[in-house]
Each structure stands twice: as C-alpha cells, then as structure tokens.
Ligand binder design. Sequence first.
Ligand SMILES: Cc1cc2nc3c(=O)[nH]c(=O)nc-3n(C[C@H](O)[C@H](O)[C@H](O)COP(=O)(O)OP(=O)(O)OC[C@H]3O[C@@H](n4cnc5c(N)ncnc54)[C@H](O)[C@@H]3O)c2cc1C
Length: 384
Amino acid sequence: MTRQEKRAGTVASGARVLVSGASFAGLATGWWLARLGYRVTIVEIAPGLRKGGTPVDIKPGAIEGLRRMGLLEAVRARSLPPRRIEVRNGDGTVAFAFPPRPFVPDGPDEQYEIDRDMLLDVLFEAVAPDVEIRFGRSIAQLEEVEGGVSVRFEDGERQVFALVFGCDGMRSRTRRLVFGEGDTGLYFLKKYGFLKVVPGRIIEPDVTQIYTVKGRSVMVNGYSDKTDIGFGFHAEEELEYDYRDKARKRRLVIERFERMGGRTAELLDMIGSDDDFYFDKICQVRLSAWSRGRVVLVGDAGYCLSPFAGMGGSMAIMGAVALHDAFRRHGSDFMAAFREYEATLRPFVEKEQEHAADFGRVMFAPESDEVLEERDRRLREMRR
Ligand SMILES: Cc1cc2nc3c(=O)[nH]c(=O)nc-3n(C[C@H](O)[C@H](O)[C@H](O)COP(=O)(O)OP(=O)(O)OC[C@H]3O[C@@H](n4cnc5c(N)ncnc54)[C@H](O)[C@@H]3O)c2cc1C
C-alpha cells in the first residue's frame, strides 16, 4: 500500500479493492472498478455463479449502463420475447389480460427480459479477464485499519484492501458486519414468495398467468422449454422457521395452497419434493446510509427494492454505473465519491421502493376483499 493510499479519505488508482458477491451488482461493480484502474478481487460464497430464478428485467437505466459496457447487443440477442399477462380468478377464468408490449430498440419504451443465468454469463465473461474471482470464499470479519480494511476470510486468511464493496445481496454479510448484526435494514412487506423452475411447458410460451384469491396468489410463467411456478401469500407477522429447513418451507406453502382449487393442486404436485427452490419473506433494504468508512454497498445489499419492483438486476447494474461515475468525478477521494453515489441514486431508489411496496401490497396476494377490489380497479385503469 502506497503512502498516498494510506492518506485518510483517498485511494490511488491501482489500489487493491475487494468485492463481496459475484452476481449482477458484484460483476458489474468489478467491471467498472477495473476501468478505474483498481486491482479487483471478487469473492463469491457459492462454488460457482449462483444461477436459477426467474428472468431479469432490463429497464432503461440498466440499458444505458450495458450500452456503456459494450454489452447491450449481447443482451438484446439473448432477450426473451415480450409476454402476455393474464390475471385470472381462483377458478381459472380470465379477469384481465394484457397483450405483449412490443417496443422499438432505442425507443422510449425499450426494455428487455433475459434469462437470469444468461445475464450472469454475459457479465462474467466481460469481467473475468480483468479481475481475480475466487469462488467458495466469503468474508468473516472486516476491520478498518490505517489506510484500508483488514479482511479475515472464513478460511482464516487475512488481507488488507483499500476499499470493500458489499454486493452480496439482500441478506448481505457485509452489511451485517459493518452496519450491525441481525436483520439490519430489512423491511418486511408482509408477503412470502416461493419460486420453482420446472422443465417443460405447461402453458403457452411467453405467457404469464396469475391466479389470485384473498391473501394468496399463484403465478405461472411459460417459456419455450420450462415453466416458473410461484406461490405467494400474505402474512401480517413474520413466520418463525429455520431458514435451512427446506421441508418446513415447502410445508408452509402446501398448507396454504392445497385447498385453493383451480390448477393449484396440479402445480403443487409439479414442484416435487427436492430442495431446489427459492422461498423467502419479501423485503426491501432501507438504510440511512449506504457506506461506512471504506465500505460501501451496491445493489440488493444496500437498497433492495423487492421482487415487486421487477428491477433488482437493473438496479444492481445502475448502482455499479453510478458508483463508477462518482469515482470519475472525485478521483481518489473515495469519501466524496461514496457521498455522490448515494446522493445521485437515493431519490430514484426511494421512489421505486415506495412504488414497489404499494404495487405489491395491492397486486400480490391482496389481504382482504377491499384490497382485492382496489386491485381490480387499478387493473381496469392500467388496461385503458
Ligand atoms: C439464486 C438467486 C435466485 C433469485 N431468484 C429471484 C427470483 O426468482 N425473482 C426475483 O425477483 N429475484 C430473485 N433473486 C434476486 C434478484 O435476482 C436480485 O434482486 C438481483 O439479482 C440483485 O442483484 P445483486 O447482485 O444485488 O444481488 P444477488 O443477485 O442476490 O447476488 C448476491 C450474490 O452474493 C453472493 N453472496 C451472498 N453472501 C455472500 C458472502 N457472504 N460472501 C460472498 N458472496 C456472497 C450470492 O451467492 C450471490 O451470488 C434471486 C437471487 C439469487 C441469488
């Protein structure tokens, strides 16, 4: 570490920096930091890129970011066709249907949907030549020392980095280590979501069907060769269960849906009995600051919008770009860069969080007859 790097508040180009997490936020942040001349190490707790889940929406801010990274064409080439959305009653009848929304590339409505795994691959191939990526590795402790952060990894090794970027998702360990233990910053939206991707087609491709009764929603996304099956339910209070207990999580879903009627029994059969599914409370991350000292958060770790926003992947990419732009303006003054990053992005994040919380409350497993009516009214307005 040079004398300049040791000066409080500044980090010279060429300094070693650490990124925790190799998903959209981590890979994009690593890419942009390498452009600034930093020597980047990315650590990812999983043994490889963590794949699976529903496709990712690429919204305007992220489109611009990907264009600047030279990756937009790769994303366009792999994007999924626009989909038709059918809102169905519990008995299967269609209440509202929204036709696919076509758009013109470079036009005002441009947006894409891309398979989560494909976007990860595109980003990984772009960043891998310029950074060191260590899979199966996680931070265990962070301690600010003179001119850097001393990082102890879970295998006991210690290294000092000039800066640490926490890109490790909604349940970020970086956030817990730096901002406090427990669920610091997690804001529960009173819903739970389950998602399983099954092979094969059970509805038409490029169609989303959403079945809703009071307090419960079922979603089926059809693709050419696979299907997403999602179950969501309202819960006034957080449920108590051991997050490692997959059998219990599956039971929580089955108990709530087995008597819902319609296609639900068939869908419950299809999710099978393996542990390869996603189940979690639906949350946002709301923090009063996104950085502390030499540690800063990017993407879900710092400002998760929740799945209701439909832009977790986009937001992660936009965060990485905003951070880069702030560093470009402030050079080695990382404190000023962190301040500008947050000042630039926070108004957008707060607006999106507010919108997502309200949208999810009404559209996703509406808790009462009144909220169901409100949902129908809003759907009618959206259709106009
Ligand atoms: C496997 C998976 C499936 C998902 N499926 C859906 C879905 O179906 N619908 C939906 O709306 N959203 C889903 N999400 C969340 C959504 O993709 C995120 O909103 C979006 O990806 C935000 O990107 P991110 O990079 O900030 O966080 P994430 O994509 O959550 O990535 C965080 C990364 O950090 C890694 N990590 C976690 N802890 C550590 C640690 N201690 N050390 C090092 N690395 C760590 C994780 O393994 C992961 O690779 C999913 C996320 C994951 C990881």
